[in-house]
Design a protein around this ligand. Structure first.
Ligand code: SF4
Length: 359
């Protein structure tokens, strides 16, 4: 099976930019970006990132705000803060060189067993396994494995199975066998053995697949039912002072830490009186208007989030700010890192302002 998979990968691997290098830093960046994000979304982010931060030391020396800005749109910002911190660790403790030792890679902030395995097998050709959602699906179907693959016992078995595959590849004597085997398993899950309607007729290991033989491919893996979707609602204040708008920066270590945002407040989903709550929250009498500006809806993990944005006018002539934060011009706002939802609110403000003051 290993040889069939390696042959298939040789002929069918997608030409992705991070597959043209063996630089562990570049591979690491791609793996972190690919967590929770699709390949086609990641490509332009990765290319831009590598142009601006081509190596570890450039990334380690970059200001956090710039690092967050380049990540803007990828979400899950904890990933990039860990990446930045790990680059600084590597500069300070490893002289800016990427360690080759699996355990040393695993010690880096934000690097788990999967990412360490991907770096060590792809960049260094080591026979270490990887296991992600795609590989779990392939292995569960091949073996028609019963049970939830997140349950520790089966999960441990799957890691062992992934290890057997990569070690067999290592013994095949083929060039880049460990790197290609791990990537082939991922690629098969991403492009052929898909969650719905897998293309078994194009699968190089179909002859050995027990789920296919039983005609029950979509029954595997037997994932536990997902947590129920929860609704969350926020009211957001876009306070404007002529051409300026008021924004604040989130605390460094929490969700979306270090990003800039408009002041906002979570309210009961579907609850009334959001605008009154927002006025109260701002505790400021020097605000006029509070016109509805836009409503932004988005999803984060199991949450469906609604952000109701209101525009208010700062009635004081001074540049005093109504709380923590700063006044910003539209162009300055563009340069600050913001979550996608607040970026959409910022664009709605820019458009509303252009309509009011064309040219
Ligand atoms: Fe997946 Fe079908 Fe291949 Fe089995 S035969 S591994 S279900 S694509």
């Amino acid at each position: 099976m290993v040889n069939a998979l390696l042959d298939w990968y040789g002929q069918n691997a997608r030409d992705l930019p991070w597959r043209r290098t063996k630089d562990p830093y570049a591979i690491w960046v791609s793996e972190v970006m690919l967590q929770q994000t699709q390949v086609k979304t990641v490509i332009p982010f990765w290319e831009r990132w590598m142009r601006e931060f081509p190596d570890l030391t450039t990334l380690a020396a970059a200001p956090e705000e710039r690092v967050l800005k380049l990540w803007e749109g990828l979400g899950y910002y904890r990933r990039v803060r860990s990446l930045h911190l790990a680059a600084q660790n590597l500069r300070d403790r490893h002289g800016g060189r990427f360690p080759r030792d699996f355990e040393a890679v695993l010690e880096l902030p934000g690097v788990g067993r999967y990412t360490a395995g991907a770096i060590c097998s792809i960049a260094f050709g080591q026979a270490v396994p990887i296991l992600d959602g795609n590989i779990i699906r392939v292995l569960c179907r091949l073996g028609a494995l019963r049970g939830d693959p997140k349950v520790p016992e089966l999960n441990r078995w799957l890691w062992e199975e992934a290890k057997r595959w990569v070690e067999t590849a290592a013994g095949s004597g083929r060039s880049d066998a460990c790197s290609h085997l791990n990537q082939a398993l991922m690629e098969l899950g991403a492009t052929v053995c898909t969650p719905r309607a897998p293309s078994c007729d194009r699968c190089p290991v179909a002859g050995a697949c027990l789920a296919k033989a039983a005609g029950r491919v979509e029954s595997y893996p037997e994932l536990a039912t997902r947590a129920k979707v929860s609704l969350r609602e926020f009211v957001v204040a876009v306070v404007v002072n002529r051409a300026l708008v008021w924004v604040r920066q989130r605390a460094g270590d929490g969700l979306n830490g270090g990003l800039w945002e408009f002041p906002n407040l979570e309210i009961e989903p579907g609850g009334r009186g959001g605008l009154e709550r927002l006025r109260e929250y701002l505790g400021e009498t020097n605000l006029d208007g509070f016109e509805p500006l836009t409503v932004v809806r988005h999803s984060i993990t199991r949450y469906r989030v609604t952000q109701q944005a209101y525009m208010a006018v700062w009635a004081k002539p001074s540049r005093e700010v109504p709380g923590d934060g700063r006044w910003c011009r539209s162009a300055e706002l563009e340069a600050l890192p913001m979550s996608s939802a607040h970026r959409r609110i910022a664009r709605a403000w820019s458009e509303a302002r252009d309509e009011l003051h064309p040219g």
